[in-house]
Design a protein around this ligand. Structure first.
Ligand SMILES: CC(C)(COP(=O)(O)OP(=O)(O)OC[C@H]1O[C@@H](n2cnc3c(N)ncnc32)[C@H](O)[C@@H]1OP(=O)(O)O)[C@@H](O)C(=O)NCCC(=O)NCCS
Length: 372
C-alpha cells in the first residue's frame, strides 16, 4: 500500500505499529506479561539478571546459564576513564539525563564495532550498556553530591551493586530485593514512546547506540519517565496527608496535569503500581517513615474519586527510590538504566524483521503559493 489513509489518529492511540513477542498488555484487565509470564509472578520470583536473560532470549536461563550470564554482566560494569572524565565535565546545572544521554553516546563513539548490527554483536552491546548504565548513574549521583564515584563490586548482584555504588554500603536483603523488583518492573513495557523511538531509529539500520540515545531522549520527557521525580516533588509539596485531598482538588480546578497519574493504555489500573504500592508501604515501615506513603494513598484515592484517573508506575516508585537514597534528579536515569533491557530486546526484534518505519502526515498547510 503506498497511499496513506485519510484518518489521523491523535498520538497514534491504539495503533498497532509492529508485531512483537516481548511484552503483552491488556489495559482493560489490567494484564502485563513479559514473554508470556505474568508480571506479578515475575516480580515475586525472579531476579533482574533472570528477567534480562528472559527478555533477550525468550526463555529463562538454566542452572548453568544463569551464573555465566550474571558473571558476564558483572565483568562489564566498570566504565572507561574517559566516561568519568566526561561526567565530570558536564555542567552541574545540566539535567542528569543529559549527562546519561551524552555518556551513552560517547560509549558508542568509543566502540570500534558500533556499526556492526549483527544479532551477536548487538547482544554484546545490550549486555554492555545494561551493566554500565548503573555505574554511570551511580557516579552521576555521587559526583553531584561532591563525592567520588565508587567502583563496582563483583561480589554483588546487579541490584545490590547498584545500591552499593550509590551509597558505598552493601545493602541488606530487603533493600536489595526491593530495588531488584523495582528494576524488573521498569525493565520493559511494550511500544511506549521511548521504545518506539528506539524502534524507529533501528528501522533505518542505524547502530544500537543511536537507537538507545533516542530512547533516552524520549524517556526524559515529563509525560514519560520524567514524571517520576515530579511525583516526589509533588509529595514533598503536599507535605502532610491532611493536605493531600485539598491539594488534588485545587490542582484539578487549576487544570494541572498531576505527575504519576493517568496512562495511555491502562485505564483500569497499572499492574506495576500495584506491586510498587506494597513495596512503598513496606519500605516506609522498615525505614520508620510512612509519611510519603500516607500522602500518596490519600491523593490517589481523591484522584480516583474525583476524576477516575489511576496511579501509574511512577506514582509509588517515587517514594521507593526516595527511601532507597537516590537523589530526585536521577530517578529518571535509574528508570532508563533498567529500561535499556527492554529497549535492546525491541531493537534486536526490529533488526530481525526490519522495514523502515515511515508514516505519513495529513498535510493541512497551504499549497500552490507563488514566490513572486
Ligand atoms: C500518561 C499521559 C501522558 C497519558 O496521556 P493521554 O493518553 O494522552 O491521556 P489524555 O491526556 O487524553 O487524558 C485523558 C483525560 O484525563 C486527564 N488526565 C490524564 N492524566 C492526567 C493527569 N496526570 N492529571 C490530571 N488529569 C489527567 C486529561 O486531562 C484528560 O481529561 P479531559 O478528557 O477532561 O481533557 C497523561 O496521563 C499524563 O500526562 N500523565 C502525567 C505524566 C505521567 O505520569 N507520565 C508517566 C506515564 S507512565
Amino acid at each position: 500500500m503506498s497511499e496513506a489513509t485519510e484518518q489521523v489518529i491523535s498520538g497514534l492511540e491504539g495503533i498497532l505499529a509492529c508485531e512483537s513477542s516481548i511484552a503483552y498488555i491488556d489495559g482493560s484487565i489490567p494484564e502485563l506479561s513479559f514473554r508470556g509470564y505474568d508480571i506479578h509472578d515475575i516480580a515475586q520470583t525472579l531476579t533482574f539478571e533472570q528477567v534480562a536473560f528472559l527478555l533477550w532470549h525468550d526463555r529463562l536461563p538454566n542452572a548453568t546459564e544463569l551464573p555465566a550470564f550474571s558473571t558476564d554482566l558483572t565483568q562489564r560494569r566498570a566504565i572507561p576513564e574517559q566516561i568519568l572524565t566526561l561526567l565530570r565535565a558536564i555542567p552541574p546545572q545540566a539535567h542528569p539525563m543529559a549527562g546519561l544521554r551524552t555518556a551513552v553516546s560517547m560509549l558508542g563513539a568509543m566502540d570500534p564495532r558500533a556499526d556492526d548490527i549483527s544479532p551477536e554483536d548487538n547482544l554484546r552491546k545490550a549486555k554492555d550498556l545494561t551493566a554500565k548504565m548503573p555505574t554511570i548513574v551511580a557516579a552521576q549521583a555521587r559526583l553531584q553530591r561532591g563525592q567520588e564515584p565508587i567502583a563496582p563490586d563483583a561480589g554483588l548482584s546487579h541490584a545490590a551493586n547498584y545500591c552499593y555504588m550509590l551509597s558505598g554500603e552493601r545493602p541488606d536483603a530487603t533493600t536489595t530485593r526491593t530495588f531488584d523488583t523495582t528494576l524488573i518492573l521498569y525493565a520493559e513495557h511494550e511500544t511506549n514512546a521511548s521504545t518506539f523511538a528506539c524502534r524507529v531509529v533501528t528501522g533505518t539500520e542505524a547502530d544500537l547506540y543511536s537507537a538507545v540515545v533516542a530512547g533516552i531522549g524520549a524517556i526524559k520527557g515529563p509525560l514519560h519517565g520524567g514524571a517520576i521525580d515530579d511525583v516526589m516533588r509533588m509529595l514533598i509539596e503536599i507535605d502532610d496527608p491532611e493536605r493531600a485531598a485539598g491539594f488534588i482538588d485545587e490542582a484539578l480546578a487549576a487544570r494541572r496535569k498531576l505527575p504519576g497519574f493517568g496512562h495511555r493504555v491502562y485505564r483500569a489500573g497499572d499492574p506495576r503500581a500495584r506491586q510498587l504500592r506494597t513495596m512503598a508501604e513496606k519500605l516506609g515501615q522498615a525505614r520508620g517513615d510512612n509519611k510519603w506513603f500516607a500522602i500518596a494513598t490519600v491523593a490517589e484515592q481523591r484522584m480516583r474519586e474525583t476524576k477516575g484517573i489511576i496511579a501509574n508506575v511512577d506514582y509509588f516508585a517515587a517514594p521507593v527510590l526516595y527511601h532507597l537514597g537516590f537523589p530526585l534528579n536521577v530517578f529518571t536515569n535509574v528508570i532508563a538504566s533498567t529500561r535499556i533491557v527492554g529497549w535492546s530486546a525491541h531493537i534486536l526484534e526490529q533488526y530481525a524483521n526490519n522495514r523502515l518505519i515511515r508514516p505519513r502526515a495529513r498535510y493541512v498547510g497551504q499549497r500552490g503559493r507563488k514566490l513572486n
